[in-house]
Design a protein around this ligand. Structure first.
Ligand code: GAP
Length: 450
């Protein structure tokens, strides 16, 4: 993994996200819930935009991928078949002194709570237990009886909902192999060491796609999806030099994977390059196991060649929350502004992700400016998420929008009321164009992708 050359902006970002309504700690008034987060008014728009971009690229724009929304609670046998009951574990160690819990395989990355300059086990007083395996699945009960027969799990990945519906989707849509099934949904993992804001949480959203291919053609499709997925991250503005492939080798490979690559993003500071998406060649592991455990044939019938087979699967699996964090980190910058004492903080989000596309200001509350500005904002609102603001100095209003990533600010001033023109300011270049108020929608449409 290459070392990061990017600054650590995480603390500043956490504070901005709370202050401006992107992300709050869950149940904060009760002291918070460990590593669970709530998305506020701007955060929900940002994450929704990201999910919409994924759905558009993976489902809407293709005729070989179908969408699905499977339930979170699945038959418990699903998780026996998938290997999660037996193998979805992390090695856990406890410290008898500080009562801290750590992943035995990640001690190098952890800090001793009592001596943060050392890793757990390194300080003299540490007393670590032997590692024991800890299953990451959340268990609950279906129905009123809390007994083992009614145990169900909160899904730790969305993928299994796709596998068990493989034939339902294939037969109802008459898709032919190769084709894919995509879905976005919540997943839950009782992580031992969650953290780094929304990077590793216990409840998160995944955007997963399983692409079913003929055995033998799997590596060709694996390479195809590897390239496609990297291109998607770049299309959303993630800087090319912050993105990287990481190949899984040997013991790193998951129990189901024949080949795997991560797409990593450089989060800066000590976190550095970390996985945001996994691309796996799962072979016929999952369909084979579900066939075995359910007793139902899951083979695909290749009519032209008159043969039946279990397709191999190429999986692309990306975290919606982790990619949202990547977009925030990627966009965050502080700038000196010429002629101004205070600099500005900018969230240089790709316009397709920005929660607000344009803000409309009345320069003052006089001379009919608010009326005209309201009219413009109302007219735009049916096409774009728009904010209206008439409070504080114009400089402060610009800064407020820069900080949440709004690509354009439209200002109604004294001239506007006289000649029907307004200024449109670009977040990144700070350039201002004076255009007719009637042309604002067209101006924005040309510059806002999608
Ligand atoms: N179905 C394959 C699978 O789940 P994974 O590598 O375990 O593969 C895929 O997860 C993606 O899900 C990761 O690249 C990451 O973006 C996201 N993810 C996994 N665990 C997460 C967690 N605890 N918090 C936030 N995102 C997570």
């Amino acid at each position: 993994m290459p070392a990061s050359t990017q600054p650590d902006v995480m603390d500043k970002l956490v504070s901005l996200c709370k202050r401006r309504g992107f992300i709050f700690q869950s149940s904060e008034i009760y002291g918070g819930t460990g590593s669970v987060w709530d998305y506020g008014p701007l955060g929900v728009e940002l994450k929704k935009n990201l999910k919409d971009q994924w759905w558009k690229a993976m489902v809407r724009m293709r005729d070989d991928v179908e969408g699905l929304d499977a339930a979170i609670l699945m038959h418990p046998k699903t998780w026996e078949a998938s290997g999660h009951v037996a193998g979805f574990t992390d090695p856990l160690v406890d410290c008898k002194v500080c009562k801290g819990r750590f992943r035995a395989d990640k001690l190098e990355d952890a800090r001793c709570p009592q001596k943060p300059s050392k890793r757990p086990g390194e300080a003299e007083q540490c007393q670590l237990t032997e590692p024991r395996l800890f299953n990451l699945m959340f268990k609950t009960f279906m129905g009123p009886l809390e007994e083992s027969a009614s145990t169900v799990y909160l899904r730790p990945e969305t993928a299994q909902g796709i596998f068990v519906n493989f034939l339902n989707v294939q037969q109802s849509t008459r898709q032919k192999v190769p084709f894919g099934i995509a879905q976005i949904g919540k997943a839950f993992r009782n992580e031992i060491t969650p953290g780094n804001f929304i990077f590793r949480t216990r409840e998160f959203e995944q955007m997963e796609m399983q692409f079913f291919v003929e055995p033998g053609k799997d590596m060709e499709w694996f390479e195809y999806w590897k390239a496609e997925r990297l291109a998607w991250h770049k299309s959303l503005g993630l800087a090319a030099d912050r993105l990287n492939y990481h190949q899984h080798a040997g013991t790193e490979l998951a129990h189901y994977a024949r080949a795997a690559f991560d797409i990593e993003f450089d989060f800066g500071g000590t976190l550095g390059f970390q996985e945001i998406e996994g691309i796996h060649n799962r072979g016929d592991f999952d369909l084979g196991r579900h066939q075995e455990y359910s007793g139902k044939k899951l083979e695909y019938f290749d009519q032209p060649n008159n043969k039946r087979y279990l397709p191999y699967v190429i999986e692309t699996s990306v975290g919606a929350d982790r990619t949202t964090l990547a977009a925030l980190v990627n966009g965050y910058r502080e700038e000196v502004v010429e002629g101004e004492e205070e600099g500005r903080t900018v969230l240089g989000l790709h316009p397709s992700l920005a929660p607000i596309k344009a803000a409309v200001f009345a320069l003052t509350k006089k001379e009919g400016m608010p009326d005209m500005a309201h009219k413009i904002a109302d007219g735009l609102r049916q096409y774009f998420p728009v904010d209206y603001d008439e409070t504080g100095s114009i400089g402060k209003r610009y800064r407020r929008q820069d900080e949440v990533g709004t690509p354009f600010c439209i200002t109604v001033d004294t001239e506007s009321v006289k000649d029907g023109t307004v200024t449109v300011r670009d977040r990144d270049t700070l350039k201002q164009d004076r255009i007719s108020a009637d042309a604002v929608r067209e101006y924005l449409t040309e510059r806002l992708p999608g």
